[in-house]
Design a binder for this molecule. Structure first.
Ligand code: SAH
Ligand code: SF4
Length: 368
């Protein structure tokens, strides 16, 4: 009879006290935990590489743990190598994507928090597929550690993280908050929460909870419509948490945390880009506490939606601006050659639209 041998656990799945206990049980002082984690953050590709650890410990670690829970499946590059998309296999077989975007003074990673998404927005490729499962905190962290590992030889560090990949982060709340704390851990990557954007379709109770976490992340709300009947269709969770309640909660979040909220608006030609939409948005949002990011829709197969023309996008942005709101627009069409990077990458682009003052630099692409 063949007995399947189980893969050892990823070292990142151990909490820091668990790692210290493991080290202690192997006759090692507590400070080794910090050394090991420092190596993970600096991009070590194996335990053997951690040369300031005793050889016996390196061998024990190699026998007991994997370096990461993620197995890279494919990597594709775009923008002359400035953008790279990784597809990973998780334990159990599901796959998720993450995208690294290199800019002159920062490097942003767009990460996934779930396999698929239970919200089911009709314009979104992830929403069209079946929901798989929540990612664990270490599976979210491992996306960042792997990106850091790939960046290390080029002398780049990961500076920003956006939860704009697959999934609804607020529907996997505990793991997402834990992963934010891990990303911020100075013994690991030390990415300030101010440089982390959590994007949500609007799970009101979780936004309230997040405001109480003392975690100064940037909140992005995927609005896409400023009247309930349209938003009920575009973002179905709106039927449970309608606009007035969502915007009130986001405003409270901004007041409690002192951090301006970002409102995402995927522009769908003929659906949510009319003068009426601009008026409704102007009435709904408070200019001092909000910033609107317009994102031209990135085509998804088997849907009826269309992206806006450049002119109509400019007109829509101007209309919103004339209602007193701060607006940023990203034109992604110059990069259509990279369409293979698909929707996930389009979302990562939006991260560059988050307004100044929240740790991100202003957009560097062609803003309208
Ligand atoms: N579920 C969360 C975070 C992941 S989606 C949320 O919805 O906020 C991140 C962003 O990508 C959202 O603003 C979402 O509306 C947007 N998005 C989804 N599909 C898109 C597409 N085809 N083109 C452009 N943006 C898209
Ligand atoms: Fe889920 Fe966000 Fe896609 Fe909506 S847009 S289906 S919430 S991933």
């Amino acid at each position: 009879m063949v007995i399947a041998t189980q893969a050892p656990p990823p070292i990142t799945s151990l909490r820091s006290e668990e790692l210290r206990e493991w080290l202690e049980a192997h006759g090692q002082p507590a400070f080794r935990a910090r050394q090991v984690r420092g190596w993970l953050a600096r991009g070590a590709a194996s335990f053997e590489e951690m040369h300031d650890l005793p050889a016996g410990l390196r061998a024990d670690l190699t026998a007991s743990f994997r370096l990461s829970s993620l197995e890279p499946v494919t990597e594709s590059a775009a923008d002359r190598g400035l953008t790279s998309k990784l597809l990973y296999r998780l334990d159990g077989g599901y796959t998720v994507e993450s995208v690294t975007m290199r800019y002159p003074r920062r490097t942003t990673l767009c990460i996934s928090s779930q396999v698929g998404c239970p919200i089911g927005c009709p314009f979104c490729a992830t929403g069209q597929g079946r929901f798989g499962r929540n990612l664990k905190a270490h599976e979210i962290l491992d996306q960042a550690l792997d990106a850091a590992r790939r960046l290390a030889p080029t002398g780049r560090r990961l500076s920003h993280v956006v939860f704009m990949g697959m999934g609804e982060p607020m529907a996997n709340y505990a793991a997402v908050v834990e992963s934010v704390r891990l990303l911020a851990d100075p013994d690991l990557l030390g990415i300030s929460p101010r440089r982390i954007v959590v994007s949500t379709a609007g799970l009101v109770p979780r936004i309230v909870q997040l405001a109480g976490e003392k975690l100064p992340v940037t909140l992005a709300i995927s609005l896409h419509a400023a009247r309930d009947d349209l938003r009920d269709y575009l973002v179905p969770i709106n039927r449970r948490y309608p606009l007035a309640e969502l915007v009130r909660t986001a405003r409270d979040f901004a007041r409690t945390t002192g951090r301006r909220v970002s409102y995402e608006w995927v522009v769908l030609a003929g659906v949510n880009d009319s003068e009426r939409d601009a008026d409704e948005l102007g009435k709904l949002l408070d200019p001092y506490l909000s910033h609107v990011n317009l994102i031209p829709w990135n085509p998804v197969d088997d849907t009826e939606f269309r992206g806006p023309s450049r002119d109509s996008l400019t007109r829509f942005a101007d209309r919103i601006r004339s209602r007193g709101l701060n607006v940023t627009v990203r034109d992604t069409r110059g990069r259509e050659a990279d369409a293979a990077c698909g929707q996930l990458r389009a979302r990562a682009m939006k991260a560059e639209l988050v307004p100044e003052g929240n740790g991100l630099e202003p957009s560097e692409g062609s803003s309208l």
